[in-house]
Design a binder for this molecule. Structure first.
Ligand code: GLP
Length: 241
């Protein structure tokens, strides 16, 4: 894993956007794995600015998002579908048919998950995967104790995740208790991975990700086994390393 520590959140966002743009400029039909949460929002804003300046073009880009709450339809304001269109996709020239997110209201979970894996493979696999990290070390919604070879599947959310994500809902009771997520095994198949983290509250989990033995107790430690990972963090997130 290559650790890149920058001064602040703005610099993480600019650097990450440059890395994504470099990839897309090198391969027009790049397959991107994308993340939600607050951490990548600055990167999405930078990419929108770069797109407006003509520095990157998404016309042939294909995307697969990491995860979606189970039980929320794409129209729900807290669904990750909504988040991605609201934050990023509506501002760029990506084709709607090239955007993939898991269907949170699928009637056939097994089929939905298998189809997602199939579509990733059919598109040639993920070239570049962007990740945030949960305070408990989750990637996507792969909570502690998850199998490190897991594929796309339905998960029960950890109590701390439900609590952390309740900030976006009116009440903690409204937070879905389950989600569909790419597995750790799916994420590990990406050619390149960039993990973003900012702020002191991520320092502990970043230290564990880098220094703890690989274990499903901290799912992000699986990244130690990947041969092309950049951990792009700011000084605050790096203070325990
Ligand atoms: C959610 C998402 C993760 C994300 C995490 C951290 O649980 N499923 O993909 O990495 O939140 O979010 P934030 O970047 O807001 O700290």
């Amino acid at each position: 894993m290559k650790l890149v520590t920058v001064t602040n959140y703005h610099e993480i966002s600019v650097r990450a956007a440059q890395l994504v743009a470099n990839q897309v400029n090198k391969k027009k039909n790049t397959v991107l794995g994308l993340a939600t949460g607050q951490t990548p929002v600055g990167m999405y804003q930078e990419l929108i600015s770069m797109f407006k300046r003509g520095e990157v073009d998404f016309f042939e880009v294909v995307t697969f998002n990491l995860d979606e709450y189970y039980g929320l339809s794409s129209e729900h304001p807290q669904s990750y579908h909504h988040f991605m269109w609201d934050t990023f996709f509506q501002y760029i020239n990506i084709k709607k048919e090239n955007v993939h997110l898991l269907n949170g209201v699928t009637e056939n979970i097994n089929k939905e998950c298998k189809q997602y894996e199939y579509l990733i493979q059919k598109n040639g696999g993920i070239d570049l995967q962007i990740l945030g990290i949960g305070d408990n070390g989750h990637l996507g919604f792969n909570e502690p104790a998850i199998g490190l070879n897991s594929k796309t599947h339905l998960v029960n959310l950890a109590e701390e995740t439900i609590y952390a994500n309740s900030q976006y809902f009116n009440d903690v009771q409204e937070v879905p208790k389950q989600a569909l997520t790419m597995g750790i095994g799916t994420i590990m198949k990406a050619q390149k991975i960039i993990l973003l983290a900012s702020g002191r509250k991520k320092a502990h989990v970043i230290e564990s990700t880098i220094n703890c033995p690989v274990s499903s107790e901290v799912p992000a430690t699986a990244l130690q086994l990947h041969n092309d990972v950049i951990i792009l963090i700011d000084k605050e997130a790096a203070y325990k390393i």
